[in-house]
Write a protein that binds this ligand. Sequence first.
Ligand code: HEC
Length: 278
Amino acid sequence: MVNKYIFSIFFLILLVLTSFTYADENPELQILVSDKQEKILSLSIMKEELKQYKITLNDPYYKKEKQYKAFKLKDVLNLAYSSKWHLGDFTDLTFRAYDGYESIAVISKLENEGGYIVFRDLDYQDWEPISFTGAYPGPFYIIWTGKGQTAKNGYPWPWQLESINLVTFNDQFPETVPKSADKNSGVYKGYELFKGRCLRCHSINGQGGKIGPDLNAPKNILEYRNADFVKSYIKDPSQFRFTHMPDHKDLSDKQLTSLIDYFLYNKEKNRWSFDEKN
Ligand code: HEC
């Protein structure tokens, strides 16, 4: 009886160990177009097809110099999509991590040099955990080496990357688009800013990132906060709280006002507070 028990435990451990080794040796990246799976790129396929680079980077998450083995992001995208990612109505790529975190980036940014997909941490046997979260960035981690290529400026830095999805933004997040606003209006400028810098963490009408709160559903942010507070909060949240929301000190008053215009537009269209009144 006892023997049988020990044997099953042993077998289970063996099973878990083999599956881990397997996952570590040849992790896979899922390649999607408008949410549909197109192909799977395994690390071994990428190693066969793509040039490998050794990168030394002052990593903003580790806050120190790191050495990595990586592929060029553009090479991976070309292998995944050939020329399709530059064509048609596609506007953005979304990058989904194993924990559900999704970052969105416009294609014109991803066409720039400087982006790499790291597949190995050269300073560490496996992956070094990032101290403030304890998370391992592997199996795939996107980094940018150019000056100003920060997450804040719309360059995605997801770690534990699971899938890449080529999308048309307006099909993917239709609820965030201010459909009746003029392209030159403050509302539209605010929307573009929101899309580039806030949407990866915040949703509007239920669509977008899940790290921060939805800013229109069920109540619009301006129904319980005044505009001046919201502006100073966006600019400098760390003055108010210890928070995961980054400061946006570079935003001008005009840009902050355009964000308010965008929130006001959404407030007028808010169907949740309308339901509440009835
Ligand atoms: C990295 C993720 C992240 C990004 C990027 C981000 N936020 Fe936030 N934001 C949060 C989180 C988390 C909270 C909620 C908790 C907090 O305030 O710390 C928050 C809270 C807020 C609040 C509510 C404050 C309150 O007390 O009601 C507003 C308004 C806001 N964010 C606007 C923005 C805008 C506008 C942008 C883009 C310019 C932005 N955020 C970018 C994560 C983010």
